[in-house]
Design a protein around this ligand. Sequence first.
Ligand SMILES: [Zn+2]
Length: 176
Amino acid sequence: MRIGKFLDVVEAPGIIGTAMLALGTTPVPHIVTPDDHTAHWLLPRDAANRRPWPWARISRYVKVRTSVTEFGVPGTDLTDGPGPHWVYPDGWDGGHVADEWLVEDLAVCTLGHLGPPAQRCELCPNPLWPEDGVRVVRSRSPLRTLPGNTIRVHPHCARRRGLKPRPGGAQLRAAR
Ligand SMILES: [Zn+2]
C-alpha cells in the first residue's frame, strides 16, 4: 500500500491507541507497532489539511506523516504478534481508513494521557505550547490601552514586533 500518494499516516504513542479503544468512539482500527510503542491510523491523503488547526494543536503528540513513501501496512487479518498488526475496535465499521474527524477523539485522548493542547498565538498561525507563551500588552484600540489588555504570544513573535513581555508572564510560566 502506497503511503504518500493516496494515504497519510497518523502516528501517536502507543498509549493513545489504547486510550482510543477505551474511548470507543472511533470505528476504524489502528496499527500497533510493538517495537517502538507507536500506534498508526491511515488517513486519506491531505485529509488533515481540511481541519488544520485541530490537528496543529495536538501536533506535539500526534504526527501526520505525509512523506512516508513506503509504510509497512500489515495484512488486515493480522491482529497479533511481535510485529506491526491491526487492532480492531468494538463497533468496527468495516473500514480501515479514518477521516479528518479522527482528530476529535485524538484530542480527548492526548489531553487525558499526554498533556494539554497548544493555544493560538495571537501574532502567528503556529501552535503556542503552554510553557512557551509570554504575555504582552497590545491594545486592540489604537486610542487607549486598557488594563489587562494583554495577549499570549510566542517570545520570538513578541520580539519581532518590538513588544516587551510583561513581568507577570514569567511568573505565570514558573507557576505551571
Ligand atoms: Zn507566534
